[in-house]
Ligand binder design. Structure first.
Ligand code: AMP
Ligand code: MG
Length: 321
């Protein structure tokens, strides 16, 4: 099956084409907020409107295909920012109707998991899904991807972006924090694990407060990373112990972080488990992950039932095992 996938949940508008789960083309462009600001949803939506045509055209050209070659159009139906989601929804519906193709509504979180599994040899992992909009520890049990732990406030990527912004650095902030942390020293920050859930908001506020009191960007970055990543490793390990699963899969934009990968790898080695990480190319939001997931599940939806779903949780999706 040849599937065109469209991603537009937040900052990225992306299109990808997969042929029997093999990515043949992937094109994307990211909205960059003004300096010192987070995503302004209306502006991100306008970015997606302006870029959508050229991105889809380029994606088809790179695959050396036209819409005639496409068997189905998949789109990120949720969760995400409504102003952004709606652009992908409109574009996907329009393409499906005009070219008489089935329309596939994909859950963005399931897509991060499926592209991770598709690119690695992991079979039945505990998934650590860490991005700008989500932080969840997930595992497949009884027909669903269930959430075993999650953030109670801001997602880890968002917290990294907040700290980078307080330093006057641009988005995506996680990359800057990773670079600065390489030459930082440790000081203690609040370590907030509540049962299986996590909280990053107070931790980020304290890190920013310390920076404003004169602690260097390097030390704040290093200490913030060490604290958050230790919290995430703890919860992931507990989920692995509880479910008895022997694989950990790291997905989402924050998966690109080498220090995080190193810490999780050590944890997995110590318990004789295998550690997998989604390739950097597919860690951030992209159209291919939507195309991969659309073709795996291949569940066409009616145009009338294709409204975007802003708060569509991963554990609401029934999965055929
Ligand atoms: P996503 O929402 O999945 O596209 O991921 C975007 C998030 O990933 C943003 O919050 C970025 O700051 C974060 N990110 C990107 N690269 C890195 C990195 N190397 N280390 C930590 N976070 C990162
Ligand atoms: Mg994402």
């Amino acid at each position: 099956m040849i599937c065109l996938g469209i991603e537009s949940t937040a900052h990225t508008f992306g299109a990808g084409i997969v042929n029997n789960n093999e990515v043949v083309s992937d094109v994307k462009d990211m909205y960059i907020p003004p300096k010192g600001s987070g995503i302004i949803p209306r502006e991100a939506g306008i970015h997606h409107i302006e870029k959508s045509t050229s991105i889809i055209k380029e994606c088809l050209e790179k695959a050396d295909m036209t819409m005639k070659d496409i068997d189905a159009v998949a789109f990120s139906q949720g969760p995400g920012l409504p102003q952004c989601l709606r652009v992908g929804g409109v574009v996907a519906r329009m393409l499906a109707l005009k070219h008489k193709k089935p329309l596939l509504g994909v859950n963005h979180c399931v897509a991060h998991i499926e592209v991770g599994k598709n690119c690695t040899s992991s079979k039945d992992p505990v998934v650590l899904y860490l991005s700008g909009g989500n932080t969840q520890v997930i595992a497949f049990t009884e027909g669903r991807y269930r959430v075993f732990g999650e953030t109670q406030d801001v997602p880890i990527g968002n917290a990294l972006d907040m700290i980078a912004r307080s330093f006057g650095l641009s988005m995506p902030g996680g990359i800057h924090i990773e670079r600065l942390a390489k030459s930082g020293k440790y000081f203690e920050l609040p370590y907030v694990v509540k049962g299986m859930d996590l909280s990053f908001s107070g931790l980020a506020t304290e890190a920013i407060r310390q920076y404003k009191k004169g602690v260097s960007m390097e030390d704040v970055s290093y200490s913030f990373q060490e604290t958050c990543f230790a919290m995430l490793a703890e919860v992931a390990e507990r989920a692995m112990a509880h479910t008895g699963k022997r694989e950990l899969l790291l997905v989402g934009g924050v998966a690109a972080n080498k220090r995080l990968q190193e810490m999780l790898n050590i944890m997995c080695e110590e318990r004789g488990a295998k550690f997998f990480v989604v390739p950097m190319k597919y860690s951030g939001d992209n159209g291919s992950m939507i195309a991969v997931t659309g073709s795996i599940y291949n569940r066409p939806i009616e145009i009338e039932n294709s409204d975007v779903r802003q708060k569509w949780r991963v554990d609401e999706v029934a999965i055929d095992s």
